[in-house]
Design a protein around this ligand. Structure first.
Ligand code: 4AD
Ligand code: MG
Length: 462
């Protein structure tokens, strides 16, 4: 018999009919007359209760049905007499597909800390928490594509191996070639790992933006959505060495159009989670964060505050707060400053604009004042920066001047400069850190807990 997913069965009204389910045992309890097995198959946070009467299943029959074991159950669907579950399955046949020795299986019934679960990343998807997070992550990825598809944006696949350093974002992962059968050798005979990719210096991408801009200059509106790499050795709860970024890039958008799109996009994603992930959100709300769902609803219904960097600096200086880092015009804001603005001062998401040119990337469009650029960072409660973006400098001479000022070699970026030579156009874009979005939507406190296999300086085993 073909298996039915538990999520479908829990909503079924076909009482009396036989079904087959397959999944992993969460718990088994009972008495001498009957055993109750809570079974989960990952299709929903909810378990189905399997009822195994002692008249059909002896203790010996069920001895391998332990927490963590994988079983296949065929049974009759009945209305459940128990509260809190609509249906249960009266077992006719139970087959153990894979045992899980109770002495060595790490995920026993008792709760585990998130820190411990990080050490067993190979098994943590089997927990309620990670099941919920990973299903929400899937829905968010789908919603990203749906949002842009519905608006007619083209999904542009930008390269992962690249010779450009778009952001000057700090350390990169260098790519080297290695012919395993015939590796390049140093004079002393050891393997030369520094050999370059096709003789050029290449690295893993820190952002798909510059290539995204090439796409926007032809297709109008594009987005990228892929893995991004930053070899920063930062052990914070908001940084990963490998994270996913969504980067839309739009011809004919100015900074205001860019802000409007960013705000609409974030609200769409949060509303999508509320509409499509309610069981998982309710679980996380109950388990970890009693204000999660209220916070999500409030973001959807609140216009974001838009304020310039200069005004923000004045607010911070007048706040009377003791910050670890002092705020002066011209310095980058730290996350303590960003969070003060969002959580204490405005009490809503904030879009900060018009940052000093010196602390932002070379490609941002200069303002008339000669000091600031058309940058925008979206700051979120509990997160800090969730989006970074800008209107781009479309003027060839001005862009070239900035390229030289920041010490980029013109010949390394000739292809980017040419877009400003041939049919240049005003354009804008931004980058949303997918895991920062996930932190907000799930209410989890650590970015390592919203990606299946976090790459941090500590963990890259598999
Ligand atoms: O502000 P960033 O560095 O901007 C860019 O990369 C631009 N090229 C984007 C663009 O305009 N197309 O990064 C954008 C976002 C940040 O706001 C943050 O959400 C996320 O990417 N991010 C990280 N997320 C996790 N771990 C890290 N190490 C991150 N660095 C940035
Ligand atoms: Mg940034």
């Amino acid at each position: 018999m073909k298996r039915t997913k538990i999520t479908h069965l829990l909503n079924s009204k076909e009482f009396g009919k036989s079904f087959n389910v397959k999944g992993w045992v969460r718990t088994k309890r009972g008495n001498k007359n009957v055993s109750f097995i809570a079974l989960n198959d990952g299709s929903t946070i909810n378990n189905i209760q399997i009822v195994a009467e002692a008249s059909s299943f002896s203790e010996e029959n069920l001895k391998d049905v332990t927490t963590g074991a994988c079983i296949s159950v065929t049974g009759k669907l009945v209305e459940s007499p128990a509260q809190g579950q609509p249906v249960e399955l009266q077992a006719i046949e139970i087959e153990v597909l894979g045992t899980a020795d109770p002495q060595t299986f790490q995920l026993q019934k008792k709760g585990h800390t998130l820190e411990f679960l990080r050490e067993i990343a190979h098994l943590r998807p089997r927990t309620n928490t990670f099941g919920a997070v990973l299903r929400i992550r899937h829905h968010m990825a789908f919603a990203v594509n749906k949002f842009f598809n519905d608006k007619g944006f083209v999904y542009l696949h930008t390269p992962i191996i690249t010779g450009s350093d778009a952001e000057g974002a700090g350390a990169m992962f260098r790519v080297t070639t290695l012919d395993a059968a015939n590796p390049p050798k140093n004079p002393d005979g050891s393997v030369n790992y520094k050999e370059d990719f096709f003789g050029k210096e290449t690295n893993l991408t820190v952002s798909g933006q510059l290539e995204g801009e090439l796409g926007a200059m032809a297709l109008g509106e594009i987005y990228t959505f892929g893995p991004t790499f930053r070899a920063e050795n930062s052990n914070t709860a908001r940084h990963l060495a490998e994270f996913w970024m969504i980067e839309p890039e739009m011809a004919f958008y100015d900074i205001h159009d860019n802000m409007d799109l960013a705000e609409e996009f974030l609200k769409y994603l949060v509303q999508y989670a509320l509409d499509n992930c309610s069981d998982d959100l309710e679980f996380l709300n109950k388990m970890y964060d009693k204000e999660l769902i209220d916070r999500l609803k409030s973001v959807v219904n609140t216009p974001f505050e838009r304020v310039s960097y200069t005004t923000a600096v004045e607010i911070l200086q007048k706040s009377g707060q003791k910050f670890e880092y002092k705020v002066d015009w011209g310095t980058d804001l730290q996350s303590e400053h960003e969070r003060y603005l969002v959580e204490k001062h405005f009490k809503k998401p904030v879009i900060l604009t018009d940052y000093p040119e010196k602390i932002k990337a070379f490609y941002m469009k200069q303002n008339e004042d000669g000091k600031t650029v058309r940058a925008m960072d979206v700051l979120f409660p509990g997160i800090g920066e969730i989006i970074g973006g800008s209107q781009r400098e479309e003027n060839y001479e001005k862009l070239l001047r900035r390229v030289k000022e920041v010490g980029i070699h013109e010949q390394d970026i000739w292809w980017y400069l040419e877009t400003r030579k041939f049919g240049t156009a005003p354009h804008s874009g931004f980058g949303l850190g997918f895991e920062r979005l996930m932190l907000f939507v799930t209410g989890m406190g650590n970015i390592r807990d919203v990606i299946p296999f976090p790459r941090t300086p500590q963990s890259a085993e598999f």
